[in-house]
Design a protein around this ligand. Structure first.
Ligand SMILES: [Zn+2]
Length: 230
C-alpha cells in the first residue's frame, strides 16, 4: 500500500498526524504525509516529526508509491506521530513552481518553445529551453509573465484518465508517472494546463513579481534562464 500524499490535494497543509507504517534506523514511512519528496525539479521538504521526542526531517524521497522520511536520529518506534513541515521553505518552492508554469506556458503558447528541464531552489529557479531564444526577447517574456501574475488567476489541480491525456499537456518533461492510470493536471484557469505532480500556490497573485535574472546561451537550441521572485 502506498503513502497517502496529503500535499497533492492540499499544498497548504503544514501539520498532520499519521500512524507509522514502518521504520528502519533513521528512515521512517508513514501512512500519510504532507512532506513533499524530491521530484519534478522541486526539492523535498524539511521539518519535524514529533513523537516521544522531536526528530528533524532532513530529506524526503519517493520510491514507487512510498514516501520515505530521513530523520536526524534513529526512530524510537512510536506508533503514531505528528509531522510539521518547514512552511517558509515550502511556500517559496510553491511560488517558484507556479512561476515556472507561467513562463513555460508563455514560451509554449507564444513561441512554440519546450522546456527540457527545470530546477527550483528557495531563492531562484532555473529553466532549460529548447528554442532559439535571443536575449532581447526576455523583457517581453518577463512582462507577459507578470501580466499573468497581476491578473490573479486561480490555480487548480485535478486528475484525468490517462486515455484523455494529450501531448500538448506537457510543457516540462518532469514527472509523468508511466503506468499510473490517473494523471494529475495543474491548471492556471483561463491560461494554461500541464501534467504535474508538484505543489502550487492557489492564485497567480501569490507568485509575486517575476524577474528573469540570468540568461545563458548553451547552444543554438539550448538556452538557460534563471528567475527570481520579488
Ligand atoms: Zn511543474
Amino acid at each position: 500500500m502506498g503513502t497517502l500524499k496529503l500535499y497533492l490535494d492540499d499544498p497548504y497543509l503544514i501539520e498532520f498526524e499519521s500512524n507509522v507504517m514502518e521504520y528502519n534506523g533513521k528512515i521512517l514511512v508513514l501512512e500519510r504525509t504532507a512532506f513533499y519528496p524530491e521530484g519534478g525539479g522541486q526539492p523535498c521538504d524539511t521539518g519535524k516529526i514529533l513523537g516521544n521526542r522531536e526528530y528533524n526531517v532532513i530529506k524526503v524521497f519517493k520510491e514507487g508509491d512510498i514516501v520515505y522520511h530521513e530523520l536526524d536520529s534513529e526512530f524510537l518506534g512510536e506508533k503514531n506521530v505528528r509531522g510539521v513541515i518547514d512552511w517558509e521553505k515550502r511556500y517559496l518552492h510553491m511560488r517558484h513552481h507556479t512561476a515556472i508554469h507561467i513562463l513555460s506556458g508563455i514560451l509554449f503558447k507564444d513561441y512554440g518553445a519546450r522546456i527540457t528541464g527545470s530546477q527550483i531552489y528557495t531563492d531562484k529557479a532555473r529553466m532549460d529551453i529548447n528554442y532559439e531564444l535571443s536575449k532581447d526577447k526576455l523583457p517581453e517574456i518577463e512582462a507577459k509573465a507578470n501580466d499573468i501574475v497581476k491578473k490573479g488567476l486561480d490555480v487548480v489541480w485535478y486528475y484525468i484518465d490517462r486515455k484523455d491525456f494529450k501531448e500538448d499537456m506537457v510543457r516540462i518533461r518532469e514527472d509523468l508517472l508511466p503506468g499510473d492510470e490517473k494523471l494529475r493536471i495543474v491548471e492556471i484557469k483561463g491560461f494554461d494546463l500541464q501534467a504535474d505532480g508538484g505543489t502550487h500556490v492557489k492564485n497567480t497573485a501569490e507568485v509575486g513579481t517575476i524577474k528573469i535574472s540570468k540568461y545563458e546561451n548553451k547552444g543554438k537550441m539550448n538556452k538557460r534562464i534563471y528567475i527570481n521572485l520579488l
